[in-house]
Ligand binder design. Sequence first.
Ligand code: ZN
Length: 407
Amino acid sequence: MTTTCLDAALSYAGDFGWEVFPCHSVQDGVCTCRKGKGCSEPGKHPRTRHGHQDATTDAKDIGAWWRCYPTANVAIRTGQASDIIVLDIDPRHGGDDSLQSLQDRLGPLPEHPVAETGGGGTHRLFKHPGDRVAGRQAIMPGIDIRGDGNYIVAPVSVHQSGRRYRWRKDAAEVGPPNLPYPWLFFLPTPNAHRDIDTQRHRTSSARVPGVSGGLGGLRDCCSVEEALQKALLATLPTGPGQRHDLLFRFARYLKSYPAFAQAPVSSMQPYVREWYTAATQFTRTQPFEDFWFDFAEGWDKVTTPMGTGAMKDMIERAKVATPPARAAKEYTHPQLLCLICLCRELQVQAGDSPFYLSIRTAGEAVGISARTAATWLNGLVVDRYLIREKAADKSKRKAAFYRYTGD
Ligand SMILES: [Zn+2]
């Protein structure tokens, strides 16, 4: 059990090879630096001249620092030097929701060290992927990345709130794992040039933070960067064999951004390169042109950009429709009732034929993950709201066919 910042610093350096250095601390809510009350980053800035560049694993240096500054907070240098990257989650800006929606779409994160800051946020430690990772702000609402050239203030430092940083799960319990979707570290950030207030406003007004651009498309995006990031998050692959479908989907997203609607395909190459870079960061087995030609072929075939067309209308109708009485009695999830209404709309559209519905479309339509959509559609078959006429064919990437029997 670590009790002082010196003990913590020695343990980080000695046990895990993390480079550490002292930061100013907080006493009675005030920074120990000369600025005192006027300090804008109480307890978070370095005590040494070169900050994270002074960081070391040398126990002698560490001991000397804390003899000079016995109350100093302890900081860990992130990046290659300590072989860690940190996801910095701020729930006040929607970070917890972003993290959840990320895992809903891409799969759960493996067990990893988690430190609680004294301010309600968390630091989540992952192994450095090898390639240089720049620190980034707001890769998604409330999620920053601390990478090469950055640092984190670590337990048992004192936070401005007076509480100490503490480990929820420390690195002795579980070492920093690889991030299963490391392209996340390299996402372009849409909010980089906005001030904090704009960001906060945007985050709090967003209906569903995060991962999916949603079936509404990118019409409401404020900048090319934001549109691109949403399109990337909604279409980057989660496994092999998805390139063709997802690139077409990427094209549908991009075309829903007004500035791109009539754009020649040649002007899209930089964005396809972003997709390629993110999707293949760690599996560079295929050349860019395979992706580019595939995308180029699809671009002119996009007749329904994301958020337009019959599906969109049906979703809108489903959202305001009255669900069947039996369902309203049996179920409580509003999204589930909406999914039933959507199936009913699809059946009306299909007439006497069965209709097809992919779990991805179903999920995005009602705001749940594809995995949940799969479970729910299955449940609706069990509860006899749907008959599955034909199962999904994964090898041909064909969605399942259903017949609605809910009324
Ligand atoms: Zn200060």
